[in-house]
Every structure is written in structure tokens, then in C-alpha cells.
Write a protein that binds this ligand. Structure first.
Ligand code: HEC
Ligand code: HEC
Length: 321
């Protein structure tokens, strides 16, 4: 009887260890830190002006890929973009609106800035500049480019850009779908895109975030959002985790707001890219994001497993911003 108990305990322990091994990330999860395969090249510009639904604008592929001048398909849908948001000053720094989009909604490989506190935006750019904030995945070019913008932009330019993005109203941008399977994907343009012909594969504890309409996203249409496939049950589990508190540790909601829409100087998490959120929690936990306010996040994060991080990102993304 005694021996049987020991065997049962060992078997349970082995199971626990092996399931932890599956879930513990020993490197940045490649579906959140999507890296282009080496040697990938964009298709050449044939000079043909492109168009998209609901816009009278026309841009060639060269214009669409110009990091210094934002291709603005929907100028009527946001206030006039100031200085560096629309145009990289004398090609010294890239235009913020190119990556973060004119409406600030952002894409999975960068960040949604719409409605974030202006002081928070200024502080984050300073953290990129000082090196206190960088990506755990050295090959994640978009983050490296963000650092180069932070180094090149002046304090005034950053303040003006922060004021612009802070005043924008974030909108629903991600559709969250719980599923045992997700479309099979590969990386192109620093994000996951569906394989052709389409196939399905097990979700396997991942978040698979991809454009709703690849063609429109490739043309940088700021009106076309994303869908995120997440493991079954993760939204409810994430909700429980953000609302519960363990001994001596504040709930996520006590700082990020009851609905995770942000509170005072603390950034909102609701409706934001789940790949982005996973990258931040990974970076903050593993030490590559350590800005001045990081210590506030240290205790709440300490107990989170990688599986918890997936659930929280799925739940936050599913909320109205
Ligand atoms: C070349 C693309 C690119 C440009 C141009 C760019 N960014 Fe970023 N930005 C990024 C990426 C990528 C991230 C997310 C990095 C990560 O995932 O760790 C980011 C993150 C941020 C964040 C962090 C958001 C948060 O919630 O913490 C802020 C703030 C920001 N950018 C502001 C700006 C401002 C202001 C400008 C213009 C002066 C700008 N960015 C220009 C790519 C860019
Ligand atoms: C004591 C207050 C506090 C608590 C509790 C807290 N946070 Fe935070 N959180 C912050 C602050 C402040 C920041 C900004 C850190 C910085 O400036 O780099 C932040 C940043 C974040 C970010 C990055 C946001 C972005 O835009 O890049 C995520 C994701 C996050 N927190 C998730 C959580 C989760 C999940 C929990 C609960 C497990 C939690 N936080 C609990 C204060 C808190």
C-alpha cells in the first residue's frame, strides 16, 4: 500500500514536470515574436496604383512601403497627423504612423497606441532610447526599428506624437476565437499569415493572431483588423486571473482598471494585440523590459505561468477597449 502510494506520487510528479516542460517557454515563443525567414523579400513594385474599399486614395507599393511618409488611406477617420506621426523629419526618423497606423491601432508586430496616457508613451520611448526596454528576441526587426526611432526623434517630436496618440479613441480591432485548432500559418511581413492552400493544426497552447484580410493589411489599410485564435477556456481563465489576488499581491485590475481599460498613468490592456501583450509579459519577466515603473509589475507577474500569460492576453484582447 505504502509503495503504491509512492509510485502514484512519483507518477503524478512526473506528469506535472512533463506538462510544465511543455508549457514553459525556454525561448521567446515564435508565434508572439514572429521573425521573417532569412532572405524573404517583398514582391517588386510594378508601378500600378493600388486601391482599397472605402478610400479614394491610390498608392503604389513603393509609396505603401515608405517608412518616412505614411500612406493614409482614410484621412477623414482621424485628426490631422502632426509632424513626425505623418512624415519622418528630413528622413532622420521613421514616421510613427507608418508602423502604429494613422489611427494608432497598430499591428501585431508593433503596438496599439490609441488612447494610452501621453506621459506613459513619452516614458516608453525614453526607455527604448536608454536601452531599459528592448526585445528578448534579437531578430525582431520591428522592435529594433522602434529603438532607432526613439534614438533619432527629439523630445519635442515625441511629446507631440504622444499627445496625438493619447487623444485617439481606441476601437475594437481583434476578434478572439477560442478553438482546439487554428489555421496553419507561416511568418511573412513580421506577422503570422495563413498558409495556402489553407489547413488547420492544433492550437497547442498558442495564440495565433493574423490579419482578417491579408491583402488589405499588406497594403497598410488602417481599417482592416485581426483575428486571434486562442486555446479553449482561456478567456474565462484569463478573467479569473486578472481579478483574483494572492496573498500580498494586488490584482491586475487594481492598477489597470476594473475593465482593464487603464487607470490614470497605468496603460490599458483591453482590446490590444494578444501577441503584443505576451511579448511584454515575457520581456518584463525575463528582464529585457525594465523601465522605471517595472517594479510595480514585478510581484503581480512573479506567480504567472506561461499558460497564465496566454490566458490573460486572450482575455484582455477579447475586451472592448
Ligand atoms: C518601424 C516601426 C515603428 C515606428 C516608425 C515607430 N514605432 Fe513605436 N513601436 C514599434 C514596435 C515594433 C513596438 C513594440 C515593440 C515590442 O513588441 O516590444 C513599438 C512600441 C511602441 C510603444 C510602446 C507601447 C506600449 O504600450 O508600451 C510606444 C509608446 C511607441 N512605440 C511610440 C512610438 C512613437 C511615439 C513613434 C514615433 C516617434 C513610434 N513609436 C514609431 C515600431 C515602431
Ligand atoms: C501595482 C500596479 C500594477 C499591478 C497590480 C499590475 N500592473 Fe501591469 N503595469 C503596471 C505599470 C505601472 C505598467 C507600466 C510599466 C512600465 O512603465 O514599463 C504596467 C504594464 C503592464 C503591461 C504592459 C502594457 C503595455 O502597454 O506595454 C502588461 C501587459 C501588464 N502590465 C499586465 C499586467 C497583468 C497581467 C497584471 C496582473 C497579473 C498586472 N499587469 C498587474 C502596473 C501594475
Amino acid at each position: 500500500m505504502y509503495r503504491a502510494c509512492i509510485w502514484a506520487a512519483c507518477a503524478a510528479l512526473a506528469l506535472l514536470c512533463s506538462s510544465r516542460a511543455v508549457l514553459a517557454w525556454d525561448a521567446p515563443p515564435p508565434w508572439a515574436f514572429a521573425v521573417n525567414p532569412p532572405g524573404s523579400k517583398p514582391i517588386p513594385d510594378d508601378g500600378r496604383p493600388r486601391e482599397i474599399p472605402g478610400s479614394a486614395a491610390r498608392f503604389t507599393l513603393t509609396q505603401i512601403r515608405d517608412l518616412y511618409h505614411v500612406p493614409d488611406w482614410h484621412p477623414e477617420s482621424h485628426p490631422t497627423m502632426p509632424g513626425i506621426v505623418a512624415n519622418g523629419p528630413r528622413e532622420r526618423a521613421f514616421a510613427c504612423g507608418f508602423c502604429h497606423l494613422p489611427n494608432g491601432q497598430g499591428r501585431p508586430e508593433n503596438a496599439n497606441l490609441a488612447g494610452l496616457p501621453a506621459d506613459y508613451i513619452v516614458r516608453q520611448v525614453a526607455d527604448f532610447k536608454s536601452g531599459a526596454r528592448r526585445s528578448s528576441e534579437g531578430r525582431h526587426l520591428p522592435a529594433a526599428l522602434m529603438t532607432s526611432v526613439a534614438e533619432a526623434a527629439t523630445e519635442d517630436e515625441v511629446r507631440v506624437a504622444a499627445g496625438y496618440f493619447a487623444a485617439l479613441k481606441p476601437r475594437r480591432w481583434i476578434r478572439v476565437v477560442e478553438s482546439e485548432t487554428a489555421p496553419a500559418t507561416h511568418v511573412a511581413g513580421w506577422m503570422l499569415v495563413a498558409d495556402a492552400p489553407p489547413a488547420r493544426e492544433p492550437i497547442a497552447g498558442r495564440i495565433v493572431e493574423m490579419p482578417e484580410d491579408l491583402e488589405r493589411t499588406e497594403l497598410r489599410d488602417a481599417d482592416s483588423g485581426f483575428v486571434a485564435y486562442v486555446p479553449p477556456g482561456s478567456v474565462a481563465r484569463g478573467r479569473g486571473l486578472t481579478e483574483s489576488s494572492t496573498a500580498g499581491v494586488a490584482q491586475c485590475t487594481s492598477c489597470h482598471g476594473a475593465d482593464l481599460r487603464g487607470l490614470g498613468p497605468v496603460p490599458g490592456l483591453a482590446g490590444r494585440s494578444p501577441s503584443y501583450l505576451v511579448r511584454q509579459l515575457y520581456d518584463m519577466k525575463r528582464g529585457s523590459r525594465r523601465g522605471a515603473w517595472w517594479p510595480l509589475m514585478e510581484a503581480p507577474m512573479a506567480a504567472l505561468t506561461d499558460e497564465d500569460i496566454v490566458a490573460i492576453a486572450a482575455y484582455a484582447a477579447s475586451l472592448a477597449p
